[in-house]
Design a protein around this ligand. Sequence first.
Ligand code: PLP
Length: 375
Amino acid sequence: MLPYARQSVDESDVAAVAAAITDPFLTTGPAVTRFEDDLAGWTGGHPAVAVTSGTAALHTAYAAAGVGPGQEVVVPPLTFVATAATAALLGARVVFADVDEASGCLDPGAAAAAVTSRTTVVASVDYAGAPADMDALREVAAGAGALLLEDAAHSIGTTWRGRPVGSLADLTTFSFFATKNLTTAEGGAVVSTSPELLTRAARFRNHGLVRDPAEQREPDEGPWHQEVHALGLNYRLPDVLCALGSSQLRRLSQFKQRRAELSARYDAALADVPEVTRPARPADADVAWHLYPARVPEDARRALFEHLRAAGVGVQVNYLPAHWHPVFADLGYQRGSCPVAERWYRQEISLPLFVGVTDDDVDRVCDLVRGFFRA
Ligand SMILES: *Cc1c(COP(=O)(O)O)cnc(C)c1O
């Protein structure tokens, strides 16, 4: 079985983890700071706070942005449910805004139509690895007095108009789940261009604890004293996993290059299959491709999916529109409200894309796709 995604762990990763696991600091130690510093090397120097997952990163980023009841967060529906769920868990109303036909990313026009005086955050998702028009979204967010958040679970290593992901939005979130462009098994990070937002994120990750006496209300309590000003959670990523992350970051350029090669090979091999719409290639981005999202006619998608799975090819569909999940449907969100994202979902099939895919694998998958449509 060729999976649709799989991590790449080599001996250098194993050695890094082995060293970290015998370090006196199993967690909250120096490997965390090291990983955060290493991440900043990919974000244009903007600092990072490591957390336990991409979902924790979104929850932390929304909390840092002050998202809460009575507020609205604009989210594209073509995403993993966590982009919306974490805002809803904080009590905000999620407002779904449709995606751009070519990229599958939040459409700035739709976002502009969705913002109100209650909008706190406009959240964009770098679908498959490529960002939305972040300059246009920045204007939309600023015009509404809202912050811009980039769910970059797919896109660490991408640059857009010469600027790295991590520098494009007020808050950027990464996921280091096993299937993503690099992994810490489970893990994530929040990056911010604002020191104040980053401090809030760092506190939220650690119960909201304030340790700096200069910022405490009762600094004379004693040298042991720490106090909570705003509630938080324990979302700390342990040293063992941070060590894996630092090791993986050293390989990220290679990962990005191999993913680009494979993606281009799919493009070439599928060029003669008119039923397949290949992913758009943004001219202004150097993309770390996470997915190869092919689109096929709606009435063929399910049969193609089953055909490929039966032939031992792991395929996936990214994503069920977030507002279709029963939890949102029960709140009154309507099917049909985001027609572009909904059509994307009905047509989309993600072909296997990870560092361990061989050229022969790509050719075999494409032969299967071609054979399906010629049958
Ligand atoms: C994977 C993913 C998440 C969640 O990340 P986890 O690390 O699995 O919690 C959020 N948003 C998007 C777009 C994702 O792909």
